[in-house]
Design a protein around this ligand. Structure first.
Ligand code: NDP
Length: 336
């Protein structure tokens, strides 16, 4: 691969149009093909975004001159498309959740590993400069022994996205949309998947929702570390926030649970509270795409690996099951 990655887009989606394809081009990568379930939509999307090949056949896209696929279709389509890409020896950047069943999520990871292709999950938050700074602080002992964390990640779902996310189809609902991102953040902070979760989900919106549009989840991590999350599609003015508390200090980080490289990090301990400098303010999607390219070149690892995407999904799936059953649910151990 002499120049940048040549991408095939699977899914003519909003996130591909608004964030990911423009960032690919800004990095010198090329967007060579797009595949949509509808031939007309594929043509329209390709014209809008100057993409040479438009197709409604995944097979045709995978046979094109591309190095990797970026899959941003509806959630229930992710696993089948990723497995087909691995079978065609294409590297895979896969949107979250990486699947809608644990069996499929595990098969995606296994197939990509057997095919020797890079698999990354497009969780944008763990690669953010703010989140990396927070993890460095925790790892360096700045707050002592970690005890708990809290995430507020409640937003108003933009009108243009009030389609399948609010339906009753597999992969819909706030837990597989937003809680799964929180899980990627918390898993990275505490060194692996949560052990157990307990969730409540509700339908608060002014719309007819077929799945929960707001949820609060309590999680237990190894070492009896506790975490809680608040996620919603219904809350227009709620600031986002991450807090991590230890036995000798606390980190509070307002504004860091967003798609933009914004937010602050504060550290409080026996010597008082101060703001911690965050030097890396790169675009979050630029981080994901450039680190994916480094992984393909064999010079780095993805910001969030496929296995980390699997772990985030497993935690979110347990939260979904807990919200449905009103019982706490153990996160199954994931194969090494
Ligand atoms: P969209 O609803 O925009 O797109 C999903 C699919 O819906 C498309 O692939 C397309 O199907 C179909 N579609 C979209 N608009 C239309 C339309 N007007 N008419 C007909 N079909 C349409 O979803 P998002 O971009 O919001 O999300 C896509 C994926 O990306 C999801 O998995 C989501 O979880 C993830 N995501 C990740 C984010 C992140 O920061 N990591 C942020 C936002 C989303 P087809 O495949 O047939 O073209």
């Amino acid at each position: 691969m002499a120049s940048g990655i040549r991408w095939g887009l699977v899914g003519a989606s909003d996130i591909a149009a608004t964030r990911v394809a423009p960032t690919m081009r800004a990095l010198g990568q090329s967007v060579s093909a797009v595949c949509s379930g509808s031939p007309d939509r594929a043509d329209w999307f390709a014209r809008q975004h100057g993409i040479p090949l438009a197709t409604s056949s995944l097979e045709q896209l995978l046979a094109a001159d591309i190095d990797a696929v970026y899959i941003s279709s509806r959630n229930a389509e992710h696993a089948g498309q990723a497995r087909a890409a691995a079978a065609a020896s294409k590297h895979v950047l896969l949107e979250k959740p990486i699947a809608t069943t644990l069996e499929d999520a595990t098969a995606v990871v296994r197939d990509c590993e057997s095919a020797g292709v890079v698999l990354a999950a497009n969780h944008h938050l763990p690669g953010a400069g703010t989140h990396r700074r927070i993890r460095d602080l925790v790892a360096s002992g700045a707050i002592g022994r970690p005890l708990s964390a809290a995430v507020r990640h409640a937003v108003m779902l933009p009108e243009r996205l009030r389609g399948w996310r609010l339906s009753d189809e597999p992969g819909a609902g706030v837990i597989l949309d937003i809680t799964v991102h929180d899980a990627a953040v918390l898993n990275a902070l505490f060194g692996g998947a949560a052990l157990e979760v307990s969730a409540l989900g509700v339908r608060q919106g002014s719309w007819q929702a077929g799945s929960d549009d707001a949820a609060m989840v309590t999680l237990r991590y190894p070492g009896d570390v506790l975490a809680q999350t608040h996620d919603a599609f219904t809350s227009a003015f709620t600031p986002t926030r991450l807090e991590v508390h230890g036995d000798s200090g606390s980190i509070t980080a307002p504004g860091v649970m967003t798609q933009d490289p914004v937010g602050q990090v504060f550290l409080a301990d026996a010597s008082g509270e101060r703001e911690v400098e965050v030097a890396d303010r790169r675009d979050l999607y630029e981080v994901a795409l450039s680190e994916f390219e480094a992984a393909v070149r064999g010079t780095g690892r993805p910001a969030v690996t496929g296995r980390e995407g699997l772990a985030a999904y497993a935690v979110a799936q347990a939260a979904l099951e807990s919200a449905q059953s009103h019982r706490s649910v153990a996160v199954p151990p994931l194969s090494p």
